[in-house]
Design a protein around this ligand. Structure first.
Ligand code: ZN
Length: 114
């Protein structure tokens, strides 16, 4: 697998994971919303809860995906900082032991930014 493909996978991971989390949360909320019906109530007070959970989850997931695609667009047009080793996009900035830098999303090398 090339470094560029690894970068794409690492960029897709956050919103794919949040999408999976949304599906799981919606499923659990659906089960919770059906509990009053199984106990004999005519109408569940939580009937709209799965829809609200799925809506919020889809909104957050699409916001993460749009942000990642924007970063990719910046990288493809040469407007983002890239790795000096493999040319891939850099991750979030963090404080390492001695200096501040960002880790490459492709080859995982630490790139000092300050
Ligand atoms: Zn790199």
């Amino acid at each position: 697998m090339s470094y560029e493909n690894r970068m794409y996978l690492r960029m897709a991971l956050p919103w794919a994971m949040f999408g999976m989390f949304t599906i799981l949360a919606t499923w659990i909320t659906t089960i919770l919303a059906d509990v009053p019906l199984s106990m004999g109530a005519a109408v569940s007070p939580l009937a709209e809860a799965p829809l609200i959970v799925a809506g919020i989850g889809a909104l957050v997931t699409s916001c993460i995906a749009v942000w990642q695609f924007y970063r990719l667009w910046q990288w493809q047009h040469g407007k983002a900082e890239d790795c000096m080793v493999c040319g891939c996009l850099l991750g979030a900035e963090y404080q390492a032991r001695w200096n501040v830098g960002r880790r490459c999303l492709g080859c995982r090398k630490f790139v000092q930014t300050r």
